[in-house]
Design a protein around this ligand. Sequence first.
Ligand code: SF4
Ligand code: SF4
Length: 303
Amino acid sequence: MSRSDAVRHTDEKGDAGEGQALEERIIKFGQDHGADLIGFAPAERWDEYNEVPPDFRPRAIWTPAQTVIVMGIQMPLPVVETTPSVLHMELYKTVNRELDALGVDLMRYLNRLGHPAFFFPRDGYSSLAALKEKPFAAFSHVMAAKYAGLGTIGLSHCLLTREYGPRVRFVSVFTDAVMPAGTVIVEDLCTKCGLCAKTCPKQALKARKDTVIGDYDKAACLEMSEELTKRGCYPCGTCTKVCPIGKDRALYKQENMGKKYRGEATILAANPDAPDYKAWQHVRKYGSRSSARTNADRTEKRT
Ligand code: SF4
Ligand code: SF4
């Protein structure tokens, strides 16, 4: 965050030193409670950028909002690589639970410090059916994380971070407290390598010439989620698995994986026991169904 950003934001509403001190307390609180990333976006940023429809902006949802605090928890790469698997599903569910607890805890902590706060859960939809009916949540954590300076939006529509690429999930807490703002990252982290589009099992992503963010067929992606939910190994997450961005790749010594990811579907279709994918395939084989449940299965369970 640049100093000028911090001053610009705090001069209007309060004391810069006070905002800085509160921010430091919140960072410590978030880190102590398991957040891997924390960022601060001033509520007016939604109006400055004018990319998000008015009803989906923080002050339209909760009028007192001055700052949106965005917290992220990483999805560690070796487990994401096993997708679709019960391991990946349990990681996803656990991170979601942790994120919601983190958001609620921070909301209560802010209250104890004398600041009203408002929590928006990590997904904001109750089921795939609800998402199918209305394919948006009431608030976008991806946009909030962008405005907090945590990353940039890639071809895949995911937020790419320097630390974990797209392998991170977010929750947001709105507060009336004014705090120094994160600096929005100007240079796109997405290299437009196209790996997410090439490996998407539903061809739901398509690169565009005019923008970094690609075309996204949400209905096709949802279809994939439905299939995997029936099998007990959702979500898909292939586009988050293959993205080369993120320092987590160096940590796990999993750089330059493009060839392996690109060839995976074709090689496994020809030989499900291909040695290069043996470990992932082993994990996938157990704990979830290899195909969606049939009506006969349901009848059998009822009797
Ligand atoms: S989650 Fe899967 S189906 Fe959806 S866009 Fe990403 S790769 Fe494609
Ligand atoms: S896989 Fe490549 S094109 Fe897709 S989001 Fe990541 S960097 Fe961008």
